[in-house]
Write a protein that binds this ligand. Structure first.
Ligand SMILES: Cc1cc2nc3c(=O)[nH]c(=O)nc-3n(C[C@H](O)[C@H](O)[C@H](O)COP(=O)(O)O)c2cc1C
Length: 306
């Protein structure tokens, strides 16, 4: 059998395979480049960028949990101007689609960031973070309100011709209504899921293990929740979905595609084994060859619920 076709199309965004690196887990691509060949990836998603630099929350900002981690980084980032000046020159050396993730505290800030970044030809698409659980303004306040998600989508859409992906929160009852609002207001795709709100206490000090008290839960613990959210969107809304949540190996990627994902993002795994995304790509090709799948995209929403 000939080599399987791993390519994926999301709107006008063409990826050589469905593997992306999730926002906040690889810095601006630089933190992983010596472990995984960036040129072989489907895409890189940057750490969330805001208009001005953000220091984020005070430490302790991360703790391990059974089968996952809690983080309350609080969107630490260098801001859009420094990103363009300091990080784009490094990213220009690679031939990999670059997706800029944007976070903001106000509607105007989302628009300003988009207006500044859209002129940079190195940037191929935007992922709009309306779902960060670890900041007091913006974040989940927007992510919990479907009409606010619609308004942000509409405003960002009006200021860029590049693909717009809306990153959804799992901390809602019906995620599909948020995906519907994003689609109706011009989004090309949605990504799901961001982290789930969680907490953890030290029983001896009776204090929270992270300074922010609550944080975002990620890792294998959230995979079944993420799969159910992707499935819900896939059954209710006709929009490409990028599946995220607890992906640890190539089998998890296939599972996310079966329930409706066109592509996936790998997050927490990058902290355990930063060379894993490269290995997973090779294993996906092997699986497709052995299973007689000529196009990996045929797996998307291939579930049989009967
Ligand atoms: C340390 C850390 C930082 C993160 N920072 C961001 C961020 O800046 N913006 C964002 O949209 N998501 C952020 N995320 C969420 C991830 O992109 C991803 O949605 C989530 O971790 C679930 O995937 P995983 O279980 O594979 O890690 C962060 C996650 C972690 C663990």
């Amino acid at each position: 059998m000939s080599v399987p076709d791993l390519s994926i199309q999301i709107g006008t965004l063409k990826l050589r395979n469905p593997i992306m690196l999730a926002s906040g887990t690889v810095g601006y691509g630089n933190e992983i480049s010596e472990f995984t060949d960036l040129n072989k990836l489907g895409a890189i998603v940057t750490k969330s960028l805001s208009l001005k630099p953000r220091k984020g929350n005070p430490p302790q900002r991360i703790t391990e949990t059974p089968a996952g981690m809690l983080n309350a980084i609080g969107l630490t980032n260098i801001g859009v101007e420094a990103f363009l000046k300091e990080k784009i020159p490094f990213l220009k050396k690679f031939d990999v689609p670059l997706i800029c993730n944007i976070a903001a505290s106000t509607m105007e800030e989302y628009v300003e960031c988009t207006k500044i970044l859209t002129h940079e030809e190195e940037i191929d698409a935007f992922e709009i973070n309306v779902s960060c659980p670890n900041v007091s303004e913006g974040g989940l306040i927007f992510g919990n309100d479907a009409s606010a998600v619609g308004r942000i989508t509409e405003k960002v859409r009006a200021h860029t011709s590049k693909p717009v992906i809306i990153k959804l929160s799992p901390n809602v009852s019906y995620i599909s209504s948020f995906a519907k609002s994003a689609k109706e207001n011009g989004a090309d795709a949605v990504s799901a899921i961001n982290t789930l709100v969680g907490t953890s206490f030290n029983i001896f000090t009776r204090k929270p293990k992270i300074q922010n008290i609550t944080g975002g839960l990620s890792g294998p613990a959230i995979k079944p929740v993420a799969l159910a959210k992707v499935l819900e969107i896939s059954r209710k809304v006709d929009i490409p979905i990028i599946g995220i949540g607890g992906i640890m190996d190539w089998k998890d990627v296939i599972e996310f595609m079966i329930v409706g994902s066109s592509a996936v993002q790998i997050g927490t795994l990058n902290f355990i084994d930063p060379s894993a995304p490269g290995k997973i790509m090779a294993q996906l090709e092997d699986y497709c060859s052995k299973a007689g799948i000529s196009k990996i995209s045929s797996l998307t929403a291939s579930y049989d619920l009967k």
